[in-house]
Design a protein around this ligand. Structure first.
Ligand code: ZN
Length: 309
């Protein structure tokens, strides 16, 4: 049966933001047309995937495509035998999970699959803070720290997908003896500046630290150094910073000032001189950046595909 909603307004898209701590599901066509949503905690793979399938099941016949933006590492290559899998994640129980395949088999729709940050980058390009641009980076600073990038209107994959959270930044061991939380590198950017790193260094969760606590200047320093590396490597036209840590909005002016300071006038782009307030910005889609990004993935997929059985 074709639902009434589809007859009225064309194709509907399924969107799944598969985060390490929570999943957000939605059905709709865009930010102004969300027909249904659900949000639940990430538990074991079988139970969490079943919960998502149960949400989408009533809309199954109306869906043209589904997009999934997931935590990783993952396999985003449609030509790979493990396309759609969460691969070598340290998250207990989730390594080698065929997420996209499970959704495709259960719902009979084509599935687009990418990192949560690539999805959010696409969503901000489609509907948010990067409209009318074609090169941008979306960074999340939360439980993890990662970045997705679009260059000339295409999301970057390459060898696997970018892992911008695991670059090195200057670490003054005298000023900050904290060794970092990354299980692979210790004091990479994620190890020094993610939400868990903040909590481990200061003994309390970031959101409980006052705005004048020295934690924030240190946090802004690490993030600024990370962003400068990204600016030098990819020359993005905008940097969008989301995730739970960036809800501390006082970080934005600190980060902008420090990026300006670290670059030291070398890159003579107006956006970095007088326009930095609109160059380093929060996501215009706010906390919906992830799930709307997943919907944007589905939109990109749908014109070239037909519904499978
Ligand atoms: Zn690392």
């Amino acid at each position: 049966m074709i639902s009434q909603t589809r007859k009225r307004s064309g194709p509907l898209y399924g969107a799944l933001e598969a985060g390490g701590t929570k999943w957000v599901c939605a059905v709709g066509t865009g930010p102004d047309d969300i027909r249904a949503t659900a949000r639940f905690a990430t538990t074991a793979p079988g139970a969490t995937i079943a919960q998502a399938i149960a949400f989408f099941r009533p809309h199954q016949d109306a869906l043209t495509a589904m997009g999934i933006g997931s935590f990783g590492p993952l396999d985003p290559d449609p030509g790979s035998p493990t396309f759609g899998w969460i691969t070598d994640t340290p998250k207990p129980g989730w390594a080698q999970t065929d997420l996209a395949g499970a959704m495709r088999r259960a719902l009979g729709v084509p599935v687009a699959f990418d990192t949560d940050v690539n999805a959010a980058a696409l969503g901000e390009y489609q509907w948010g803070a990067a409209q009318r641009l074609d090169s941008l980076i979306y960074i999340t600073v939360g439980t993890g720290l990662g970045g997705g990038a679009m260059v000339h209107g295409r999301l970057i994959h390459g060898l696997l997908h970018p892992e911008m959270g695991h670059i090195r930044v200057p670490h003054d061991w005298t000023a900050d003896p904290f060794p970092g939380t990354c299980p692979f590198h210790g004091d990479c950017l994620e190890g020094l500046a993610s939400g868990p790193a903040l909590e481990a260094r200061w003994g309390q969760r970031g959101e409980t630290l006052p705005a004048d606590h020295p934690a924030w200047e240190l946090e802004a320093q690490y993030l600024a150094h990370g962003l400068v590396s990204m600016i030098c490597m990819l020359s993005p036209q905008r940097l969008i910073l989301g995730g739970g840590v960036m809800l501390q909005t006082h970080l934005f002016p600190r980060i902008r000032r420090l990026v300006h300071h670290v670059l030291n006038g070398y890159i003579r782009a107006p956006a970095l001189i007088d326009g930095i307030d609109t160059y380093i910005v929060p996501p215009a889609l706010g906390e919906r950046a992830g799930v709307l990004g997943a919907m944007a993935l589905a939109r990109v997929l749908s014109p070239n595909t037909t519904k499978t059985q």
